[in-house]
Ligand binder design. Structure first.
Ligand code: KG4
Ligand code: ZN
Length: 341
């Protein structure tokens, strides 16, 4: 089954064609990140205008690259949320229009659950990923822990009470003067240059020992700010300390969640799952605890349409799945991870 997926939740305009949920046939992506770099953050209006410019060329490019025509496509998929309303509208309305013109069903996808499916695509061992598993979705806007018993049976375990992990990376990068927009990668790069931090152990590990599976990262960012104000530590030391604190909290709480729910497998997803320290720590702890940890290839951590098409395939696989009426498919900026499962 060939699904053409569309993703326009923020500043990326993406389209992908995926076969049977696991084989990427083509992927095309345009981004307006360079414009937001200049303003130090996404201007929603600017992002939406760029979506309008890019959507048709990106879809066309994706079909061309795969050497396919609309008649070859079996179904469409689109991110309906969460995200920026102006950006989401462009993708959702484009997908609906194609659904009518091509006479193909349209599957609405939750972007956050979609991130988890970066683990299934282009992975020859995808069948080794066994339910039930705990998934940690760590992106710029969300940090959520869920228990997946099947592709459609999902329970919420916990989430951030304030800043998302990626948001904390970005805000900390900005306050350390590393980068003005999406500084997570740059912060991680600087942290990697730290040999021996002079600030070792100076930062808190928020909610590490709390009984819940919730997270809180805004205090950590403030703690970095206060430590930076002492002028005693280099930016590299502070970046390394910050990264260590976030990674320790994410790894420890996710493993606790897996143990509490008695599952053997953990899946990571979202932009922050590209962080090498996070991956390394998960691997180390997985060895110690006998858990199996999966993370997507780097190319499928950030936003793209490949995992949207994959999620749509697996979500619509049960024979009980009913394609929703187009009129009921609407963009929802505030969609939570448990909505639209
Ligand atoms: O999933 P994503 O591409 O977009 C959202 O859905 O939000 O995630 C973007 C987030 C940004 O906050 C970015 O700084 C962060 O992922 N990120 C990283 C790394 N690569 C991307 N954070 C830490 N280390 C990285 N290597
Ligand atoms: Zn995302």
């Amino acid at each position: 089954m060939l699904i053409l997926g569309i993703e326009t939740s923020c500043d990326e305009t993406a389209c992908a064609i995926v076969k049977d949920g696991v084989e990427e046939l083509s992927s095309s992506l345009a981004t307006s990140a360079d414009l937001h770099q200049k303003t130090g953050g996404v201007v929603p209006e600017v992002a939406a205008r760029k979506q309008v410019e890019s959507i048709v060329p990106v879809i066309k490019d994706c079909l061309d690259k795969a050497g396919l025509k609309s008649t070859n496509i079996d179904a469409l998929a689109v991110t309906v949320g969460p995200g920026l309303i102006g950006s989401l509208i462009v993708g959702v309305e484009a997908a609906k229009a194609l659904s009518i013109v091509w006479n193909k069903p349209l599957i609405p996808v939750n972007h956050l659950v979609g991130h988890v499916y970066g683990n299934f695509v282009n992975n020859k061992d995808f069948e080794d990923i066994k339910f039930p598993f705990v998934a940690l979705v760590v992106s710029g806007g969300h940090t959520d822990l869920i228990l997946m018993r099947s592709h459609t049976d999902i329970s919420f375990l916990g989430g951030t009470l304030d800043d998302a992990a990626g948001e904390a990376f970005d805000k900390t990068a900005r306050l350390l003067g590393i980068s003005s927009y999406l500084g997570g990668v740059d912060l991680a790069r600087l942290a990697a240059t730290c040999q021996r931090s002079s600030a070792r152990g100076e930062l808190p590990r928020p909610l590490l020992h709390a009984p819940s599976f919730d997270f809180s990262f805004s205090g950590l960012k403030t703690a970095v700010k206060n430590l930076a104000a002492t002028d005693k530590h280099s930016a590299a030391d502070l970046a390394a300390e910050f990264e260590d604190a976030v990674v320790e909290v994410l790894v420890t709480k996710t493993i606790k969640a897996a143990q509490a729910t008695k599952v053997n497998t953990i899946l990571l997803g979202g932009g922050v799952s590209a962080n090498l320290k996070l991956r390394g720590q998960f691997e180390a702890k997985a060895l110690e605890t006998g858990l199996q940890v999966y993370y997507p290839p780097l190319s499928l951590c950030g936003d793209n349409a490949v995992y949207i098409a994959s999620r749509a395939y697996f979500k619509s696989l049960p024979s009980s799945y009913i394609y929703p009426d187009l009129a009921l498919i609407r963009p929802n900026p505030g969609l939570g991870i448990m909505d639209l499962v």
